[in-house]
Design a protein around this ligand. Structure first.
Ligand SMILES: [Ca+2]
Length: 189
């Protein structure tokens, strides 16, 4: 049975982000938020999600070619949230349009980013853009607000190239109790 490999740093960064969101939620609950919306009442809406590939999209499919322009592509989103703490995002690589929940699912997490409200946030302005790279040794490496990029091995996901797939972007409230997803069709080449 194929397994997906996630680097230990990504697991660590995930824990770090979650801890950050939980801490921020705690501070907000203690009166630091100042808004009228509590994290429990908060909502999140994805206004847009797009992927800029290594070439123009063909019939709605975004190409990501490891041999073109260093495999560079970007994840771009516009998320509206009234959560006083901020919002959580992650993006998975999936063979279908269904985001499989839990770390045991076959989908591979390629990017995670908490967008906190405040001066420490990496997410400023309405549209966020994070650069990623698909490498010839089957890794996807993405920027986030940590000291190192997030690196995930996707070789077990790819049985052959080109590989049709989907990037499923998810945005959630800080408590990760309400989420929306949006999907972009890609082809790994
Ligand atoms: Ca899936």
């Amino acid at each position: 049975m194929p397994t997906t490999h996630t680097s230990s740093f990504s697991s660590f960064s995930f824990g770090l982000r979650m801890a950050g969101l939980a801490l921020a939620a705690l501070l907000s609950a203690c009166g630091g938020g100042g808004g009228t919306t509590s994290p429990a009442d908060a909502t999140v809406t994805i206004r847009s999600f797009s992927v800029n590939g290594t070439g123009p999209e063909v019939s709605g499919v975004v190409p990501i070619n490891a041999s073109v322009n260093n495999g560079e592509f970007s994840l771009n989103w516009d998320v509206d949230s009234d959560d006083p703490v901020g919002y959580w995002t992650d993006t998975v690589l999936s063979a279908d349009t269904v985001r499989d929940s839990g770390s045991a699912g076959p989908d591979v997490v390629i990017h995670q980013q908490g967008c906190l409200v405040g001066p420490l946030s990496r997410c400023s302005g309405p549209v966020q853009s994070f650069n990623c790279r698909f490498t010839t040794d089957n890794k996807i490496i993405c920027d986030f607000d940590g000291p190192y990029p997030q690196e995930n091995f996707v070789g077990n996901f790819i049985d052959a190239l080109p590989k049709s797939a989907y990037l499923i972007f998810r945005a959630c409230t800080s408590l990760i109790d309400k989420c929306q997803t949006q999907t972009v069709a890609i082809e790994l080449q």
